[in-house]
Design a protein around this ligand. Sequence first.
Ligand code: SPV
Ligand code: MG
Length: 431
Amino acid sequence: MKTVYTCFCTDVIHDGHLNIIKQAQKYGKVIVGALTDETLIRYNRFPTVSLEDRIKLYKSLDGVDEVVVQNDMLYDDIIKTIHPDYVIHGDNWKEGTTSAIRQNVINLLSEYGGELIEVGYTHNEKVKKIDSQLVEKLSMPEYRRKRLRQLIKLCPIVKTMEAHSGLTGLIVEKTVVEREGKLDQFDAIWISSLCDSTEKGKPDIELVDMTSRFRTIEDITEVTTKPIIFDGDTGGLTEHFVYTVRSLERMGVSAVIIEDKKGLKKNSLFGTEVQQTQATIEEMCSKIAAGKAAQLSDDFMIIARIESLILEQGMEDALARAFAFVKAGADGIMIHSRKKDPTEILEFCDKFRGKDKTTPIVVVPSSFNTITEDELAAHGVNIVIYANQLTRSAFPAMQKTAEDILRYHRAKEVDDRLMSIKDIITLIDEL
Ligand code: SPV
Ligand code: MG
């Protein structure tokens, strides 16, 4: 009997999947592959049910003879093991980033005369609604909040990108790239104080108040599902910080990062060029402890950011603070540096990991930007934050457009580098 293989990356079965099984049955024994969580989060979106439950779900379907786990996005291993006569897939993978995976399957099958069968993708209201319901579930505070902790367990390093509006949130949510046949996307969203302030034309000195910062969070949560890490600056007065923690939890934010500074906070990338005061270890510890005591959900994280390297207080001070902050209840440590060379960051990570194997480490490689995610992960870093690159790329583009329109007294000269009118009016999906 011939074998037919299909890979599912879904938590919910709809008419489209049933149709694939129905078509597959015509060719032989039907084997369904279940993608692992690690692969799903790169390929599609975060699963809402466990791999075990997905396997059970696929097994329960009429017409499915066997379910196997597919570990990798590319089919190499699975095709080598199963050697199916046919692979069956919806025709929706012909275009865009998934087309490389399709091509890889075609190449693999051609090595032994296997065949690819493509069935028309099922577009109907029911399928659309099921998809929207899944997205809705992922965006709910209860589900979204805990996802950062889940990602830290799942990923070698959690890739986090800055957003400061609904539109930039959508870019972080939806950008997927294909490289060497594999898809990749960001895991989480950083709401930067620098970019949130810059967007409002204000300096990054805790001038934009929490009500306004929360409004930015809402703009982003309305159109995204990925977990959010909020830049809480100094956290403000401890008496205020406890309320901030509760509000962030309620909104479904996964983590707040607070830095060990006090008084008038300035952006860390100024370093010692401006007057900045570091809080004492005791002051910071009591703020962390108060935040942890106020927290009501299990999943929310308070991450303590150490400014010792920025303020040139030395490695020993940075490490002493890190251990003290963890002891006070911090769920993670962010270590910052404004050096171009990552050496001091890596030294900190190695020394911290020497004594603490588990507390998540966060870094923001704006200055030390030559380091790769793999290198950071190898030194024990769990979360990397690209803190300001979207803002810094948008600003020069907008500025140049404004200058050229002034220069030429019309808009024709700038048009070639702009998104088309058609694309901008259709950019945002309507219900
Ligand atoms: C931010 O993005 O606002 C940060 C990171 O706090 S940094 O600008 O590098 O201080
Ligand atoms: Mg900041």
